[in-house]
Design a protein around this ligand. Sequence first.
Ligand SMILES: [Zn+2]
Length: 157
Amino acid sequence: MYQLRGQRVTATSEEIIRRNAIAFCNVFGFKPKKSRRKRYDQNLESLSIYNITLNPVADLEWSAATYGSIVGHYDPHSATISIPEHIYIDACAGDRNALSIVFHEIGHLLLGHQAALHFSTSPAIEAEDAEWQADSFAEYALQYLGYESRQLSFEFY
Ligand SMILES: [Zn+2]
């Protein structure tokens, strides 16, 4: 039986998630990188045009509030993504891990994940897992931008 990591949400296929991730990249001007020096400051700032708030929180304040247990948070009601400041800075600089955290939270927002109660007697499947969906969204966006896929990089470490 599949063990849910997050909320149980409407099942969404990998193909739909992939298309959403690529559409997101196109709308916000995240283009496949041609050089290692690509920065994403302006792309991340442009989220506000669509009323998505990216809220960097001072690192000390963040670790005091979260006890260092989480790296990102999204609030579906205010469309606000909060991340520690150092993750924001690294994401602007094109760091893969930092971008994957930001894209993961954006995935939650764009895939419409809301807190929901499920009275289902059927066992949950992977495609219904909000965390799996957000991870897949982030992976497809990173792949589109030309970052090495996570599976590949695991093989070398
Ligand atoms: Zn998540």
